[in-house]
Design a protein around this ligand. Structure first.
Ligand code: 13P
Length: 252
């Protein structure tokens, strides 16, 4: 019998949150001990809040991450943030290659791969996001697109402990629509197989999160699917009660 990897419930706050949002983090921290036997908890606030959130969460069960990083450790890159800066601010994870960055900032798989290497250089766990658009799904290209993204965005020789992959179908983000259970199962199994060839210890796989309209009402079904090792939660992570309810639904 294979043991299930401990789930990771990660909140991506995207471009939401001001200093007043520390109260929401406090509520998540306060509720974290009740779900600590079920899942690891991670909040990725906007860059302006990483240091304050990390200071507040220090010594608690809640980890803090960034939402993006530049491939270089420093230099003339106005407005960008290095993985080393996130680490210095107290982050332990960073999301790279989110579909909103791939779309809004024209990020390529090769750039995402470089960002993943930057995360590792700084000692951060990289959460590499992949997922097809609605048009690609309708054209029957999901596995081709996701397979290519994994192939090109995940560096060879990845270690399980420093890589997480998030499967986020673009058409499911913020829409309230989710893929069927059997589609998630099939795609996660496919990602697992692809990843196992990339890993330092081939045959292993990193955690694979599902993301896209995860809510308290659908999370139990999604989190129980095989090869789903947690969730990357957008909108529902902004409300502590919803985020904790999702973590509480993770299978033991
Ligand atoms: P929603 O949960 O709001 O659909 O967002 C998912 C997402 O993009 C997380 O990275």
């Amino acid at each position: 019998m294979t043991t299930r990897a401990r789930p990771l419930i990660a909140g991506n706050w995207k471009m939401n949150g001001l200093t007043g949002s520390l109260a929401e983090l406090d509520a998540i921290i306060a509720g974290s001990s009740a779900v600590a036997d079920r899942a690891d908890l991670l909040i990725c606030p906007p860059a302006t809040l990483v240091a304050a959130f990390a200071a507040r969460a220090k010594g608690t069960a809640v980890m803090i991450g960034g939402q993006d990083c530049h491939p270089e450790p420093c230099g003339a890159h106005t407005g960008d943030i290095a993985a080393e800066m996130l680490k210095d601010a107290g982050a332990s994870f960073v999301i790279v290659g989110h579909s909103e960055r791939r779309a809004d900032h024209h990020e390529t798989d090769e750039l995402v791969r470089q960002k993943t290497l930057a995360a590792w250089r700084a000692g951060l766990v990289a959460i590499v996001c992949v997922g097809e658009t609605g048009a690609e799904r309708d054209a029957g290209q999901t596995l081709d697109v996701v397979g290519r993204q994994i192939e090109r965005s995940v560096p060879d020789g990845a270690r399980t402990e420093s890589l997480v992959v998030a499967y986020e179908p673009v058409w499911a983000i913020g829409t309230g629509v989710t893929p069927t259970t059997s589609d998630v199962e099939q795609i996660h199994a496919f990602i697992c197989l692809k990843l196992s060839k990339k890993m330092k210890n081939s045959g292993e796989s990193s955690k694979i999160l599902y993301g896209g309209s995860v809510k308290p009402s659908n999370c139990n079904e999604l989190l129980c699917i095989s090869h789903v090792n947690g969730a990357l939660v957008g909108g529902a992570s902004l409300k502590s009660s919803d985020f904790l309810a999702i973590a509480a639904a993770a299978p033991k």
